[in-house]
Design a protein around this ligand. Structure first.
Ligand SMILES: NC(=O)c1ccc[n+]([C@@H]2O[C@H](COP(=O)([O-])OP(=O)(O)OC[C@H]3O[C@@H](n4cnc5c(N)ncnc54)[C@H](O)[C@@H]3O)[C@@H](O)[C@H]2O)c1
Length: 334
């Protein structure tokens, strides 16, 4: 195979952004088909990108001009669509999270192991962000000693009305959990969660402050505030024994305008992580073409992130420190 023909399921915010990237020149990739529950939305994108629009996800997965599937529909659809792609023997990238329910995630692990080859990648794209990738490299090489702290901050400009305090943990914080496992190169052992009061402009949504401890004892603190109003702002500082490493997000220029001097904060994740999404697709396509694995999240990583999420939800509801379940990693995922 010299080219991977891709079909995208779900052409909302992420599916549209991803489809445009795939159509716009990821080496070895060719976007061939899109599908959405909302046929008009899929048709509009298919016309824009000159690809086929299909009525049903099953048709897209089975289509002879689709070699690999990208699932960008809502969380509750991920597992069923992922399982269908695995059954068809087609590589599938599933936008995060791997699944909505733990049992669904386990079904994916079993199906992939039964298929006998790695077919699933989960869209935790921060692993491909040059900043997080450098943190991982420095930890792996031990250049500044062992990690002690990872301070993380996740702020959104605003959030949809359906986002509740527990969904901030269950959905928004998932990227932080995967990034912490990736940077530290080890599992998360325990979780504690505390919340400040609800901001007056976002009733029903408490920001969250999550403290994780890794298997080796490193402490990860995560602020998630989804209604910060000023923009999308993800920061992280890794503190090791003899030095620190900080992300330097933002554009390469600063803006002086209207009596202000400073960096422009992106409105959402698509601009902030544009390079990470592109690099993630490049790595995914290369893996499909060569059969070699990449740094991306496997189904196992997606599952372990769900177990961290479960522990955080229990910790939030109980106010107690909760141990993260540690199932044995199957040889297939080592
Ligand atoms: N990696 C990231 O940075 C990131 C960021 C945001 C969202 N996400 C994830 O991406 C996924 C999509 O999020 P979004 O913000 O694009 O949502 P969205 O609501 O904008 O788009 C979802 C689309 O899926 C369609 N859809 C619903 N059910 C479907 C089905 N059964 N088959 C086909 N299409 C279906 C909807 O009509 C809609 O067009 C979610 O799982 C979300 O968690 C990831």
């Amino acid at each position: 195979m010299s080219e991977v023909r891709i079909g995208v399921i779900g052409t909302g915010v992420m599916g549209t952004d991803h489809a445009r990237k795939l159509a716009g020149g990821i080496p070895g990739a060719r976007l061939t088909a899109v599908q959405d529950f909302d046929a008009a939305r899929a048709s509009a994108l298919s016309r824009e990108l000159d690809v086929i629009a299909l009525a049903q996800a099953d048709d897209l997965i089975a289509h002879p001009e689709v070699d690999a599937v990208l699932v960008c529909s809502p969380d509750g659809t991920h597992a069923a669509l992922g399982l269908k792609a695995i059954a068809a023997g087609k590589p599938v990238m599933i936008e995060k999270p791997l699944a909505a329910e733990r049992t669904e995630a386990e079904a994916i692990l079993h199906a992939e192991m039964a298929a006998g080859r790695r077919l699933v990648q989960v869209g935790y794209m921060r692993r491909f962000d040059p900043g997080y990738a450098e943190m991982r490299r420095v930890v792996a090489n031990g250049e500044i000693g062992a990690p002690l702290f990872l301070h993380c901050q996740h702020r959104n400009e605003s959030s949809p009305s359906y986002l509740t305090s527990d969904l901030i943990i269950a959905s928004s914080a998932g990227h932080e959990f995967d990034a912490a496992r990736f940077v530290l190169g080890e599992e998360i052992a325990s979780a504690t969660v505390i919340s400040p009061p609800e901001p007056r402009h976002a009733p029903g949504r408490k920001p969250q402050f999550i403290v994780l401890q890794s298997a080796s004892g490193a402490v990860v603190d995560i602020e998630v505030y989804t209604d910060a109003r000023y923009g999308y702002d993800v920061q992280a500082e890794l503190v090791c024994e003899t030095g620190t490493l900080s992300l330097r997000p933002g554009p390469p220029t600063s803006l002086r305008h209207a009596a202000r001097d400073g960096l422009v904060v992106p409105g959402d994740w698509r601009a902030r992580f544009a390079d990470a999404y592109r690099l993630q697709f490049e790595a995914w396509i290369l893996s499909i073409l060569t059969g070699r694995t990449n740094e991306g999240s496997t189904a196992w990583d997606g599952y372990m992130t769900m177990l961290v999420t479960d522990a955080c939800l229990k910790a939030w509801r109980s106010g107690a420190r909760v141990e993260v379940e540690q199932p044995d990693r199957p040889a297939f995922y080592r």
